[in-house]
Design a protein around this ligand. Structure first.
Ligand code: ZN
Length: 200
């Protein structure tokens, strides 16, 4: 038997989640995973099989197993020369209407630091540079896991400009920030401030 196949989240069905949340639900993937019913390799109907402690859809005809994995997202803690941090008010779900760092999901085959720069450009109109890794934050929800890589960085070109994804943008001193909508971003801010304390 060869290695098991792994399903990507792209098999999920994109669903718009309405409403604003300030808890982990705001951070849920928009890809509500539909239960995979048929083997994408041989077409057989899948049956639940207990594997390594998980009940997973598995193929009786070949070695296909619909493994589940966390989604991966990035956030960019961009600071300026005055020590302020750039926040966006999110214009789209998840977390629509709440404040957050620029960020989003990592595309397949995309290097995560590049994802952070791409998301920053898409949301703020600004090119950025990554300086360091603030931390890796794991969020578990009833609908699945999410791993958030938070980078520290700075803007290198452009002026923050509202976009559909981020209709409001502002620089904040760390002590004067509005509540962040994502728990992973709150933890990243705490980690970043703790790191600041260590080096200052
Ligand atoms: Zn199969």
């Amino acid at each position: 038997m060869g290695p098991p196949h792994r399903l990507s989240g792209r098999l999920g069905q994109r669903t718009v989640v309405r409403g604003v949340g300030s808890d982990d639900r705001a951070e849920l993937s928009l890809d509500v995973k539909t239960e995979v019913r048929f083997c994408p390799s041989c077409g057989s109907e899948l049956h639940s099989r207990r594997i390594e402690g998980h009940d997973l859809p598995a193929c009786p005809g070949c070695d296909f197993v619909a493994w589940k994995g966390p989604k991966v997202a990035v956030a960019l803690v961009a600071r300026d020369s005055q020590g302020r941090v750039l926040l966006i008010r999110r214009g789209i779900p998840p977390g629509q209407g709440g404040w957050a760092f620029p960020g989003g999901y990592v595309d397949d085959e995309e290097e995560p630091a590049v994802s952070a720069l791409r998301e920053c450009l898409e949301e703020t109109g600004c090119e950025a540079a990554v300086d360091d890794l603030v931390g890796v934050f794991h969020v578990v929800t009833e609908d699945g896991g999410l791993v958030v890589l938070a980078y520290g960085g700075r803007l290198v070109a452009g002026v923050p400009t509202p976009t559909a994804e981020a209709p409001e943008l502002a620089w904040f001193q760390p002590g004067e920030m509005p509540p962040l909508v994502f728990s992973s971003h709150r933890r990243a801010m705490q980690a970043w401030q703790a790191g600041l304390a260590l080096v200052s």
